[in-house]
Design a protein around this ligand. Structure first.
Ligand code: G6P
Length: 608
């Protein structure tokens, strides 16, 4: 996690570094810092807390430079202190920012301590900067010192390094943590992703694992892990600086919830014809791979995992065997590898290290094909999967995922349809599903129109410490997602249970202080969930039921019913999650939490 920015330019780079950090803050926001080469010294400013605080503390008229690096941190090694904040400096000679974890830091620390290096922080990063300085003191230039240092590192890293004696130079290196090079005339930049650089350039190169970039007074040279000079394509980013502005909204999460109709329309565009899903949208190889596929294994983390749980229902309904695992669990459990299995990874960022590791292991263990459903075009998952299907959600900044989730669901349904076609899915069912999908953006707007009703409902949660979410079948994952949203941003302890499991434990928790939220669409499980609702009501629980207005569910003592416009059962999870997102959002507004940057969390988790 952590965000990195670096620059070597013809004019003052400090405002650009701070702006880049702000755009990377979704990656981590425990502390922030910047180091530049100025007046024959390395000058550093660091702050515990947000980038805005760092910005306030900098005297921009005085703190100007042409070469610098900056960092926003999500703490791993060492607590949240100024001493642990990046950039780290060795002997006022080398400054370095790092995203990742160095596993062999202890042995390197001991070796460097024996050589006389004093460590001021608890971080693993400080060993890297000292090691670079150590090689420089033995005669290496900055590039060679970084090359020799990374050869010793075990773990994951993206690095930006500057050195006092080579003031127009910036070295970047990456292995299993993301890093891009931004290019503009005779200037060049480093960033953890394009959002950090979009205000200064839209031209960029993606570094491969093991690559080292030498930015030397505007000249950019890339080396691979063997030390050979390599060329990487210069690409044009489609990201616009405006797309990541807040505009009329109070929070990114609110903006992103309200963008879902458009995001779904964008994800569907060019992927469906009048009555069919266009299989080519999964890539040239797709038809061949889908013909061979005998089972699907979904792997993901967090919200993306819940979209996989919904999708399992679709795959199996259309006759395709499907398993779903949390990435770390997939990596940890034994496997009987099925023949001709398609591994489907789902990820907003495409950089979640747990998902990447699970994919690597799956390939090693003999899972044959891979497909990723992803929102970040140049990400590691996209580059390492056989097939790629992009969710066109646009940049998602709020840490709590919303539009990425609903566009993942849409993408997974398209995938389940093209694979299901080869199994039990009938043509006429595909036609009607495609029609339903086309109507989704309008249905999303209808669901969003309930915003104020849900804002009122949220008032009942503000003083609560616990909440229970219930769902069945397709909607159990929606209950899980609703509970996750509430806990992430309002810090209310929320649990989700399959409604049928209520009597096997959680019923013991139900009392008047525990709101119970039930997701109860009008499907074949409605009668069962109605019985579960009565079980709660009989024990004095306060129920809030999200139900189809045609389901015959009436408000009663202890039961509040929020009517949802009728929607086809298969696509209903995509609609029913929306009021739950709004509920979590409004509860957090009332509680006054930091909605877009909830404590202790980060959007893109690039450490194990
Ligand atoms: C973090 C984020 C979640 C996200 C999860 C998986 O925990 O806070 O919002 O769902 O990572 O991220 P990915 O980018 O792989 O979807």
């Amino acid at each position: 996690m952590c965000g990195i920015v670096g620059a070597v330019a013809k004019s003052n780079i400090v405002p650009m570094l701070i702006d880049g950090l702000k755009r990377l803050e979704y990656r981590g926001y425990d502390s922030a810092g910047v180091a530049v080469i100025k007046d024959q010294s390395i000058q550093r400013r660091v702050n515990v807390g947000r980038v805005a605080q760092l910005e306030q503390d900098i005297d921009f008229d005085q703190f100007k430079a042409l070469t610098g690096i900056a960092h926003t941190r999500w703490a791993t090694h060492g607590g949240v202190t100024e001493g642990n904040a990046h950039p780290h400096i060795s002997k006022n000679n080398v400054a370095l920012v790092h995203n990742g974890i160095i596993e062999n830091h202890q042995e390197l620390r001991e070796e460097l301590t024996a050589k006389g290096y004093n460590f001021y922080s608890e971080t693993d990063t400080e060993v890297i900067v000292n090691k670079v300085d150590d090689f420089i003191s033995q005669g290496s230039d900055l590039l060679e010192a970084v090359q020799k240092t990374v050869a010793l590192l075990k773990g994951a890293y993206a690095l930006g390094v500057i050195c006092l004696s080579e003031s127009g130079r910036l070295i970047g290196a990456r292995s299993r943590s993301p890093l891009l090079v931004g290019i503009k005339d005779n200037e060049a930049f480093l960033g953890s992703d394009m959002s950090a650089l979009i205000a200064v350039t839209n031209q960029f190169m993606v570094m491969d694992d093991g690559d080292i970039v030498d930015i030397n007074n505007g000249q950019v040279t890339l080396y691979n892990s063997d030390g050979d000079v390599v060329e990487r394509d210069v690409k044009t980013s489609s990201l616009s600086a405006n797309a990541i502005e807040l505009g009329q909204y109070n929070h990114y999460m609110q903006k992103e919830i309200f963008e879902q109709g458009q995001a779904i329309a964008d994800t569907l565009e060019g992927r469906i014809s009048a009555d069919k899903v266009l299989e080519q949208s999964f890539g040239h190889e797709a038809a061949h791979i889908f013909d061979q596929t005998e089972s699907v294994q979904i792997i993901a983390c967090g919200t993306s995992y819940y979209s996989g749980l919904v999708a399992r229902n679709w795959f199996e309904k259309f006759g395709m065997r499907c398993d779903v695992d949390i990435a770390t669990e997939f990596s940890s459990r034994p496997h009987v590898v099925p023949e001709d299995a398609l591994v489907v990874t789902i990820s907003q960022s495409g950089e979640t290290i747990d998902t990447l590791t699970a994919l690597e292991k799956a390939k090693k263990w003999g899972y044959k094909y891979s497909l990723t459903i992803c929102n970040a075009p140049e990400s590691s998952l996209v580059r390492t999967s056989d097939l790629v299907f992009m969710t066109h959600a646009g940049p998602e900044i709020g840490v709590a995922s919303t539009k990425a989730f609903t566009t993942q669901l849409v993408s997974l349904l398209l995938l389940a349809i093209v694979i299901g076609r080869r199994r039990t899915l009938e043509e006429k069912t595909e036609h009607s599903l495609v029609n339903e999908l086309r109507s989704l953006p309008v249905k999303v707007e209808q669901a969003l129109a309930q915003d104020q009703q849900i804002a009122k409902l949220a008032q009942r949660f503000a003083d609560k410490h616990h909440a229970l979410f219930l769902g069945r079948g397709l909607h159990f994952p929606i209950a899980l997602e609703g509970a996750l949203k509430l806990k992430e941003i309002s810090y209310i302890h929320a649990e989700a249970y399959p409604a049928g499991e209520l009597k096997h434990g959680p019923l013991a928790l139900v009392d008047s202080q525990m709101p119970v939220i039930a997701v109860a669409p009008n499907n074949n499980l409605l009668e069962k969930i109605k019985s579960n609702i009565q079980e709660v009501r009989a024990r004095g629980g306060q129920l809030i039921v999200f139900a189809d207005q045609e389901s015959g569910m009436d408000a009663d003592a202890g039961i509040e019913v929020i009517n949802v416009a009728p929607v086809d059962d298969t696509i209903s999870p995509i609609i029913y999650v929306i009021p739950l997102q709004l509920l979590a959002y409004h509860v957090a507004v009332i509680k006054g939490t930091d909605i877009d940057k909830p404590r202790n969390l980060a959007k893109s988790v690039t450490v194990e």
